[in-house]
Design a protein around this ligand. Structure first.
Ligand code: ADE
Length: 331
């Protein structure tokens, strides 16, 4: 095996992924099939940089900290090794990764992390696959990782019930449209309930889960058309709707799931007030209390300045569209 390095950038879903399909009997139980497709914006600067190298034992070092036991990582290495079709046991492997992400931002580090790990391990083990198949492998590690293989705007397809057609692909490149995403931090510390647990509870108990599933493909088509036309109002409308449908679905679960805090709502209202006053921005929010605001490059700094003045806001990052992931063979 070779030593390799891969860098993949984080992404934010503009049309949300929320919900996993139940495993189909007879199929591997780790297909990790999303219940809906999704569409994301890849982030500049915010990235994972991952080295994969042969070593006498398996290890995972994240931001300089050793984790002797990292089952998700080692299972992902097994998955990638199995895809090579080799009968020999997988070579023991050291994975060393650094996340360049704002701390405690509730940003999915597993998206960029598993995208970088997939690319680096595939190259290290000599696995030469089409991008589509790499995206399927990345998705099996983490649901949103498949979208982090590319820059710009990326779509994860739901595909058929058996998993066919469930892959990600780039829609529009990094330079298609000069947008900014403002990441508005409204809390510190880890989130209260994991996304996987939240998704399961929604599927099992929320009366809004089925309507959430039923309306997703139309949102994806509308968002894709709005991005093609560089129409911020149209994209913003569908993006906010997708976000609020997802959170409504969570709120109607039993017991309810509420990721937001009071500042989350204050920021949403501040964005809407700025928009009314002629400074266009559109909100989205994930499984955490932070707010992400999509706007045009020219409006990013004035809008960020207003949001930094909302009481309780810790920080506002201004992030442009990011590039494709890349991999290099070191030795
Ligand atoms: N989870 C969080 N960050 C990660 C990384 N960089 N690689 C793999 N898994 C992760």
């Amino acid at each position: 095996m070779k030593s390799t390095r891969a860098v993949a950038h984080s992404n934010i879903a503009l049309v949300k992924y929320w919900g996993k399909r139940e495993a189909v009997p007879g199929q591997p139980d780790d297909l990790n099939l999303p219940a809906v497709g999704s569409l994301s914006f890849t982030l500049d600067r915010l990235r994972s940089d991952t080295l994969v190298a042969p070593d006498p034992r398996d290890s995972f070092i994240l931001n300089g900290e050793h984790h002797a036991d990292a089952p998700k990582i080692f299972r992902h290495l097994d998955r990638i090794w199995r895809a090579t079709g080799r009968a020999a046991p997988r070579p023991t492997t050291r994975v060393s990764s650094t996340n360049f992400l704002p701390t405690a931002a509730g940003l999915a580090s597993s998206a960029s992390g598993f995208a970088a790990l997939t690319l680096a391990a595939a190259a290290a083990y000599g696995l030469d696959l089409p991008n589509k198949d790499l995206s399927v492998l990345a998705r099996r590690g983490s649901g949103s990782a498949a979208r982090s293989l590319w820059g710009g705007f990326v779509r994860q397809h739901r595909g058929g019930d058996g998993g066919d057609g469930c892959y990600a692909e780039p829609l529009f490149p990094q330079d298609h449209w000069d947008l900014r995403l403002l990441i508005v931090h409204t809390a510190r510390g880890p989130k209260s309930i994991s996304s996987t647990e939240g998704m399961q509870r929604c599927r099992a108990t929320s009366p809004y889960y089925q309507p959430w599933l039923d309306t997703s493909e139309a949102d994806l088509a509308a968002a894709e058309a709005a991005i093609a036309a560089r129409d911020l109002s149209a994209l913003g409308a569908v993006m906010e709707r997708s976000c609020f449908k997802m959170h409504a679905c969570m709120l109607a679960s039993a017991p309810p799931i509420l990721y937001w805090n009071g500042r989350t709502l204050d920021v949403i209202r501040a964005v809407w007030a700025a928009r009314e006053a002629g400074l266009p921005g559109f909100v989205t929010s994930d499984a955490g209390p932070h707010v992400k605001v999509l706007t045009l490059a020219d409006h990013a700094e004035p809008l960020a300045a207003q949001l930094r003045d909302v009481p309780g806001v810790f920080e506002v990052d201004v992030v442009a569209a990011g590039p494709d992931a890349h991999v290099e063979i070191l030795a």
